[in-house]
Ligand binder design. Structure first.
Ligand SMILES: C[S@@+](CC[C@H](N)C(=O)[O-])C[C@H]1O[C@@H](n2cnc3c(N)ncnc32)[C@H](O)[C@@H]1O
Length: 278
């Protein structure tokens, strides 16, 4: 089958592009709807191109980006291209970051907010997405001066996909996003990860909004979906806590390179892929 050749428009922590070849053979041979409750940059969705999908994330700006790509691709392309026309320096970066934060603070979810998110992702340190306690984006400039922040054909291909197929875009907690899952649906969970090091303090992680209790809640949901007959697949770090939470399921280990880590030595590691089916 001819594919649309889509790829993520954002660099995103935990992005699955490098794992696609490992993940694809694990997809059930036949399934009904596809659910991805932690969509992030959507590498897996865009490579699978399911005909019927429910995608979700708690990040409002990210979900706005999917909605704007669906409804207003040409506006996004033109705004990003005009942002790219100016050689970026520190002042220009912080001016655009301020404009983006103004949109966040005033809850303006429009094509410009989506375009700024794309442009900032290419000009901020390591493509990180981090907000302060007020929800304002606070990643510093990466010193990148010029270059294209967006691939027009890719944005148009994603827009075509979101319009031609039955894709529901939600912005809620992962449990709510899975309320409609029924037997025969396929659910892929790629939540924020459990910290890699055993000594890592979980309170650090609550800052990113995903606590130990959330991981337990996710494991309980995994079990519920398993019992009702859905195909469930989950990625996480290969750490004892994760192996313990999912000990009754099939657990496979994968080698990964981490694109987003300040420390070069920590840019490789092990992840697990957990499924409730063979
Ligand atoms: C590891 S990333 C997913 C990466 C994605 N697979 C990709 O290829 O880019 C986890 C995502 O979960 C989202 N998230 C965090 N807490 C959530 C929650 N309670 N419910 C739904 N999404 C959540 C984050 O905003 C983030 O985008």
């Amino acid at each position: 089958m001819l594919t649309r050749g889509m790829s993520p428009v954002l660099k995103w922590a935990g992005g699955k592009t490098q794992l696609l070849e490992a993940l694809k053979p694990k997809v059930p041979q036949a399934y009904n709807r596809y659910f991805e409750p932690f969509i992030g940059a959507g590498a897996f969705l865009l490579s699978l191109e399911p005909k019927s999908a429910i995608i979700n994330d708690t990040n409002e700006q990210l979900i706005n980006l999917y909605k704007q790509i669906k409804h207003s691709p040409s506006e996004i392309i033109s705004i990003v291209n005009s942002l790219d026309e100016v050689a970026c320096d520190k002042e220009y970066y912080y001016k655009n970051r301020e404009l983006y934060n103004h949109k966040i603070a005033s809850k303006v979810l429009d094509p410009e907010c989506a375009a700024l998110m794309i442009w900032i992702n290419k000009h901020c340190f390591n493509g990180l997405y981090r907000v302060n306690s007020k929800g304002l984006f606070n990643v510093p400039y990466n010193n990148k001066v010029t270059g294209k922040s967006l691939d027009k054909d890719n944005v148009e291909a994603i827009s075509g996909y979101l319009n031609d197929q039955d894709v529901t875009i939600l912005c809620s907690d992962f449990e709510q996003a899975c309320e409609d899952v029924v037997s025969g649906d396929f659910v892929y969970f790629d939540s924020p990860y459990v910290p890699e090091s055993d000594s890592a303090d979980f309170t650090d992680y609550t800052k990113t909004g995903f606590s130990y209790e959330d991981h337990e809640r996710l494991a309980n949901l995994f079990r519920r979906l398993d019992k009702l007959g859905a195909y469930v697949m989950l990625s996480n770090n290969d750490v004892p806590l994760v192996r313990d939470l999912y000990k009754e399921y099939k657990i496979e280990s994968l080698d990964v390179k981490r694109l987003i880590n300040r420390n070069a030595a920590k840019r490789s590691g092990k992840e697990v892929l957990i499924t409730n089916y063979q």
